[in-house]
Design a protein around this ligand. Structure first.
Ligand code: PGA
Length: 304
């Protein structure tokens, strides 16, 4: 059989509409051109595909079979077109990611690796606190966010991908470092350096202490984990930070995790996007990447 796609396309329209006139209108062809394509197709198949009874045309048995295969061929073609389109989308395009300040270190490494694998893609990374990040999602400014658990919201799709333990850190010469096990109430006599309002870490810390009916004293408020770590090292107080922000300080022994009762506060890291956002192929690929590579980038084997 020497069938062409054009013949199949014309046949599909005539078979669906059961009218040469309507098919020719839909395809923007003259009626003789439509009849010609059908005639050639019938010659190619060696069987009549339509029969005319009065003014109406009907599919013959061969026509019905042909129509069935014709539909599955066009579905396959559409699928092929979509897959190829997605492949094109993975080679170019733009990805807008926003990450919580606290996730900055591992998220930047993840993005660096992802970007090496997708060189034609432009990636924009915004690092900000939880409150600002929720605002960006609400305003549909970003494709994907990496953050702590977002509020229960029917408008957001969330997927957890790693633990995020919050620990109490102190300078290595802090008197509490010598203690093997520190009862929670002892923190009441301590001074803390805390994150700014709007930080997820701060909210989690406040919630934790209020659940344990404790008020803690803070000496200073800072909007960066870096600043908190510096101040704690300088002996200005204790800090409650995500373990993912202190990898280097633990290695170089510039900070120590205190063994406080009921700690760590166990939070989690989430991939978040708006439900109504049609994720581009590259954004979908990034989500897959984060979910499958999280273990490599987000360290979990700390001694707590
Ligand atoms: P943040 O991040 O403390 O830097 O705001 C954590 C979170 O989103 O929960």
């Amino acid at each position: 059989m020497n069938i062409t796609f054009r013949q199949l396309e014309v046949f599909e329209a005539v078979a669906r509409l059961l009218s040469y006139t309507r098919a020719s209108k839909e395809l923007h062809l003259s009626q003789p051109a439509v009849s010609m394509q059908i005639k050639q197709l019938e010659e190619n198949t060696g069987l009549p595909l339509f029969e005319q009874l009065g003014r109406k045309i009907y599919l013959t048995e061969a026509g019905r079979e042909m129509h069935h295969y014709c539909r599955s061929i066009s579905q396959q073609l559409e699928e092929a077109e979509e897959v190829l389109g997605q492949l094109k989308g993975l080679k170019t395009g733009r990805l807008e990611v926003t990450v919580a300040t606290t996730a900055n270190a591992f998220a930047t490494q993840m993005l660096a690796m992802f970007s090496k694998q997708h060189e034609g893609v432009t990636i924009s990374l915004d690092v900000t606190n939880r409150e600002r990040l929720l605002h960006q999602l609400a305003e549909n400014e970003k494709d994907i966010a990496i953050m702590g658990r977002p509020p229960e919201d029917a408008e957001l799709v969330t997927e957890v991908f790693a633990d995020n333990p919050l620990v109490v850190v102190a300078a290595p010469d802090h008197p509490l470092v010598k203690e093997q096990s520190i009862p929670l109430y002892m923190l009441q006599d301590q001074t803390f350096v805390v994150r700014e309002q709007g930080s997820g870490t701060r909210t989690a810390m406040q919630r934790f202490f209020s659940e344990h009916e404790m008020t803690i004293t803070s000496s200073m408020e800072m909007n960066e984990n870096e600043a908190i770590k510096q101040s704690v090292q300088a002996g200005m107080g204790l800090g409650v930070v995500s373990i993912h922000t202190i990898e280097l300080e633990l290695e170089t022994k510039r900070l120590t995790i205190l063994n406080v009762e009921n700690f760590p506060i166990m939070r989690h890291w989430y991939l978040v996007h708006r439900k109504d956002k049609r994720l581009s192929p590259i954004a979908q690929a990034f989500c897959q990447f984060v979910l499958s590579k999280a273990n490599e980038f987000v360290k979990v084997d700390y001694m707590l």
